[in-house]
Design a protein around this ligand. Sequence first.
Ligand SMILES: Cc1cc2nc3c(=O)[nH]c(=O)nc-3n(C[C@H](O)[C@H](O)[C@H](O)COP(=O)(O)OP(=O)(O)OC[C@H]3O[C@@H](n4cnc5c(N)ncnc54)[C@H](O)[C@@H]3O)c2cc1C
Length: 472
Amino acid sequence: MSESVVALFESLVGAEPPHDAPVLFDTACVMGGSIAGLLAARVLSDHAREVVIVEPDDISAQAHSRPGVPQDQQVHTLLPAGRRWIERWLPGVSQEARDRGASLAGPDKQFVGYDDARQAPDGVDHQFLAIGRPLLETLVRDRVTALPNVSVLRAQATGLRYGGGAVTGVRFAGAGTGGEGERAEGVLTADFVVDAMGRSSRLSNWLGQDGYDQPRLERLEAPVNYATALFERRAKFPELEVATVLQLFTPQYPSGGVSVAAATAVEGQQWLVMLMGYGDNRPGRTIDAFRAHCAALPPVFNDATSGVVTRDVVTYHQAESRRRHFAGAERLPARLVSVGDAVASFNPVYGQGMSSAALHASCLASYLGSGADLDEAATEFFRLQQVVVDAAWAVSAGGDAARLDAENGTEVPEEVRQQRLAMAQIVGAALVDPEVSKAFNNVSYMLRHPGTLFDPVILAKAAAATEGAAAQ
Ligand SMILES: Cc1cc2nc3c(=O)[nH]c(=O)nc-3n(C[C@H](O)[C@H](O)[C@H](O)COP(=O)(O)OP(=O)(O)OC[C@H]3O[C@@H](n4cnc5c(N)ncnc54)[C@H](O)[C@@H]3O)c2cc1C
């Protein structure tokens, strides 16, 4: 792993808002007003006289689930990398989240377990935000739309307009509500456009139809089944705000098809509890089944699900991880980028999506601040973004590919076998060695590049811990 990629990743993680940002655009348009679109709009607000977010859902409503984000009733934890980014660019989100009852869970408030073993404390005060996804989006949106040059057009983007090899506008159709100020259809003139339309973005199709390259779509089978329910939080286990258990395959906690379970203490004095299974395993689809699974988990799960049900089980299925290789596309129009799940959406169990969106926003800030030629395709932006996507993909897809190969009995090349062995040793060593635990957490929390795990000191410690465990 080259030093420069590791350093570049860390500079994107630590990006600060600019002091004297050059104003480059009259109007910048962001298609999609969810987390990735809002964070991109925040960055663009420094570089455009006006930023218009085009979003079909009514996003003036406070903290409600909405159709455009069908995953928003599932557990959504904001990893330390994303939380810190949001705090620097949109200060006050964490404090307001806490004031409204969400949890800011540091190491003393977390239980992280693998099978029946608890991960070694790493001695670092990293904080997660445990919060309902609609509330988090509201806190971010309130701050972005309060910026004097940011507005929302309630409409659906339906295509792009071009001129001179660049995007010059966004075609839109009204959301069909007949609401005040709604326009049936039209073109919004823009001199920079961001696609933040999520996993089912149609941008690739539009580009193909309009004579440009369609970025290659890479898919990795990762069939995940989520079930999430909300329960009144009782006074028991006040010391815990986030509990996660992974890979439950031991006799002590019989899996019953649950591969990951998470409980987070969220606003409204509630536990948001999630069970996840792969493939045909669809755990906890009724409250009774949900509670039965949780009774076999570490005690906090039993307690979390013993309160009154405040929202019944909601399930969600996702078949695969996907990424679109914009950096490899040779013919793209200028003044167009894509961010968030529209570019890459992974197995959600790793909790990387919103933090990835924050790092894509950093890529945008870096690109716009670099003096890049805006009349050329945004290749430099996509190259930067590829560093972020590769890093997130390595964490989530690595585990899924290993699981698939094991299930299918696939022979893997020796180099891949060695890497997987090293990774397994690192995960095992993180249970007993604080230094390995710290390195592992830094990567899982997206604060450091996965290449840092292959540091000789970490690898040696991981191998020693494995030998020590085998000798016992
Ligand atoms: C089950 C599950 C659990 C997850 N858990 C976590 C977690 O714990 N932590 C984490 O960080 N991430 C998690 N994620 C990922 C997270 O949901 C996304 O990464 C995050 O929402 C950022 O996505 P986005 O803004 O790119 O897209 P989305 O949130 O999907 O939003 C897309 C937006 O585009 C709008 N849109 C769609 N079409 C158009 C159009 N034609 N014109 C204009 N607007 C349009 C939609 O209305 C919507 O507002 C999870 C995902 C899933 C599926």
